[in-house]
Write a protein that binds this ligand. Structure first.
Ligand SMILES: [Fe+2]
Ligand SMILES: [Fe+2]
Length: 247
């Protein structure tokens, strides 16, 4: 947080910062990170594995685009129009970039980009939280929508940052992933700024509780999501070591 943000927000908005887990949660986060690093490295050993990674990102970007259109835009006051329109344009560009990358590797892009079962459960939990917390805020559903958006953008930042670190700057997929990562970092800042503007000081304790719950839901799927990815990496990545794929 820079000095000007500190002046606007005060210390109460510390809940918006990316979580720094401690104790058992830190151990769990570390384990999830290690499993996912291994899975990403293994998936890059085969074209099928790389296509799975690209498809996973494409589905995530498509879900973000739909959340913006279905949940954020209908709730947004006119003064947020320009920001939401730019955010939507970025996510649509990400969908296009991942679609093109997937097609370039020979992957099919179906019209139905449905998130996997675990992701759908997580989204359902988040939607229930949004409706539960909306009455506590003057801006209603807009606050939970941005709070969920913030956590999702921070998750994207973490996932893409890890992926870039695993493959390194010489890999052919690096420019795509690092470019999207830069946008997701900007979206994190945008969500934080917007939440500071739409949440009244007396509503901050509810925001703190809401964000804690959103993150609790997210971390409850951490280990299972990592294990599914790891199993997929053994099925799709194969046993061959990929010097050739580490372009
Ligand atoms: Fe995105
Ligand atoms: Fe984003």
């Amino acid at each position: 947080m820079n000095a000007s943000e500190q002046n606007i927000s005060g210390p109460d908005f510390n809940c918006l910062a990316a979580p720094r887990p401690e104790g058992l949660r830190a151990l769990q986060a570390n384990l999830v990170d290690r499993i996912k690093r291994a899975a990403v490295a293994r998936l890059h050993r085969s074209p099928r594995g790389e296509r799975m990674l690209l498809r996973m990102y494409l589905i995530g970007e498509d879900a973000t685009e739909r959340a913006l259109v279905d949940e954020l835009m209908p709730q947004s006051p006119p003064w947020l129009d320009r920001v939401v329109t730019q955010h939507l344009a970025d996510e649509q560009r990400h969908v296009k970039l991942f679609t093109e990358a997937l097609q370039a590797t020979g992957g099919k892009v179906t019209t139905e980009l449905k998130p996997d079962w675990l992701s759908r459960q997580k989204i359902n939990h988040w939607q229930r939280l949004a409706h539960q917390y909306a009455p506590h805020f003057q801006h209603g559903l807009l606050v939970p929508a941005y709070a969920t958006g913030l956590c999702a953008e921070q998750m994207a930042e973490r996932v893409l940052g890890r992926h870039c670190a695993v493959i390194g700057a010489d890999h052919a997929m690096y420019p795509l992933l690092s470019g999207v990562l830069a946008d997701e970092k900007a979206h994190v800042r945008l969500c934080k700024t917007t939440l500071r503007r739409i949440v009244a000081p007396e509503e901050v304790p509810q925001l703190v509780r809401l964000i804690k719950e959103i993150r609790r839901v997210e971390s409850s799927f951490g280990i299972s999501g990592a294990l599914v990815m790891y199993v997929a990496s053994w099925i799709l990545g194969g046993l061959r070591h990929s010097g050739s794929h580490a372009r």
